[in-house]
Design a protein around this ligand. Sequence first.
Ligand code: PEP
Length: 275
Amino acid sequence: MNEQIPELREPLLQTDRVPLIAGNWKMNLDHLQAIALVQKLSWALKDARHDYGETEVAVFPPFTDLRSVQTLLAADKLSLVLGAQDVSPHESGAYTGDISAAMLAKLEARYVLVGHSERRHGHGESDELVGQKALAAHRAGLVPMICVGETAEDLEEHGAAAIPLAQLAAAVSSLPKDAEFVIAYEPVWAIGSGQAATPEQAEEVAKAIRESLRDLCGDERAAATRILYGGSVASQNVAGFLRQPNVDGALVGGASLKSDEFAKIVQFKKHVTGA
Ligand code: PEP
């Protein structure tokens, strides 16, 4: 007898929060490759009769691709949502190389990543700067996707939740109480390593994040905020994360660069239940 059947029949979603599957392309794909990927992804999701109202799908291309992807989404009336990978904390002015939140909003981006570990560690971004970026995004009408996560050393020294909660408090306290944001819990040791956290590990930290959000911005905002898991998510493991009551989606790096694999991840319910 298949012992998994009762588990498969469990509802995957236990809240009203719309799951969000977000693809962070990092520094990959030029604008022509970006168009090709979005076209293939949208065809794959159309073939699978994907319901975008049931699971939101966002892509986070490099800055140089945003205009091309925006034009394609608008021309083909695609329901994919656009996100950016970074934003300046400043509104405008003498900040060579920076891209403002207003520029991203003009490109119809909805989300922007702030505090990704590759920026915290590779570019020395502090909690304070992450908070300023989140605020700049909010002021321009974007939704910051605040990334938090512990390194392997943090995990050993402080346990899983301490660093993510400290990073969360620093970023959220820079925002007004009614600001919308998404949290991406990404253990640094799991990013790009092929060694994902277990669903239970992800849930433990996601639950602690939601509890902390109650103190930081009240019960209603805490209940409404989506908390994603990120770190070596693939079609084979995504459903385990989405089964957890406090995990509302996934931030996907490497696997978002393959249209078929990303489409399978988006279809997490189907490939588990066979529905
Ligand atoms: C990421 O870049 O946010 C990420 C989670 O990467 P990967 O899925 O490749 O681990």
